[in-house]
Design a protein around this ligand. Structure first.
Ligand SMILES: [Zn+2]
Length: 240
């Protein structure tokens, strides 16, 4: 099973080797391979454009399979100037992803308008067949369809929101309507908790697969197989 995980932990505080070691310890015995993505999100006016040059260098390092997380986020109530900068930096990262032939991991938090702005930044800078991962998707069915029309190869990360039916009842309804070929499993550990409120772990991917299996009338193994294939295709991972 592939866990597509987005972490803010790596930053500049860890070397690639230290980061990998951290994950090996966390999911000891279950980890076969780790790949990385680098990007900027939630940028403000303080974000220096020269960082984009650093990003290009990082993306050339081994085991990098994507640009991201990057995207738009209005949950911190950015000023209109900051939001414009978010869009600008997102567009520039999309261009870098296109040049380097790398998929883009999109962090999009806000409302339907934020999603539309985000989509516009991407359609302005990427061809329709570009590979996109909508990380921790919790939007609407209309949003799901709109992104699929714009980018037929887009995949949607299904996170532990799905395990919390009391807090996110509509999300389960939405996932039932989404096609399995569009889904990835991801935990965003340790930020998103498990069903019992426990600290999130990459091992929650199994719970996610079980939760998706029943309404789609397939086995947990089939969900694991399909979402693994989706992740391998999206990130061009040849073998595990
Ligand atoms: Zn995120």
């Amino acid at each position: 099973m592939i866990e597509v995980h987005s972490s803010d932990d790596v930053g500049c505080n860890y070397t690639e080797e230290q980061y990998e070691q951290k994950w090996v310890e966390l999911v000891n015995g279950y980890l076969k391979q780790i790949s990385n993505a680098f990007g900027f999100k939630e940028v403000t006016q303080a974000c220096d454009y020269i960082w984009l040059e650093d990003l290009e260098g990082l993306l050339d390092s081994k085991k990098v399979v994507a640009v991201g997380e990057c995207g738009l986020d209005i949950t911190g109530r950015p000023s209109s100037k900051d939001f414009e900068k978010q869009k600008d930096i997102l567009g520039k990262q999309a261009k870098i992803a296109q040049q380097k032939r790398l998929p883009v991991v999109i962090h999009c938090r806000g409302n339907y308008d934020t999603s539309n702005e985000c989509l516009r930044c991407l359609t302005d800078n990427l061809p329709a067949d570009h590979h996109i991962h909508r990380h921790c998707f919790n939007g609407s069915y209309a949003e799901y369809i709109k992104w699929k029309i714009a980018f037929p190869e887009v995949k949607f990360g299904i996170s532990p929101f799905l395990l919390n039916e009391i807090k996110y009842p509509q999300f389960r309804v939405l996932v039932c309507k989404m096609e399995l070929r569009d889904l990835l499993l991801e935990t965003d550990a340790p930020y998103l908790p498990g069903a019992d409120g426990s600290t999130g772990s990459p091992l929650l991917v199994k719970d996610l697969a079980e939760k998706i299996a029943n309404p789609h009338n397939v086995s947990t193994e089939e969900v694991a197989r399909i979402t693994t294939d989706n992740a391998k295709k999206l990130y061009k991972i040849k073998e595990l």
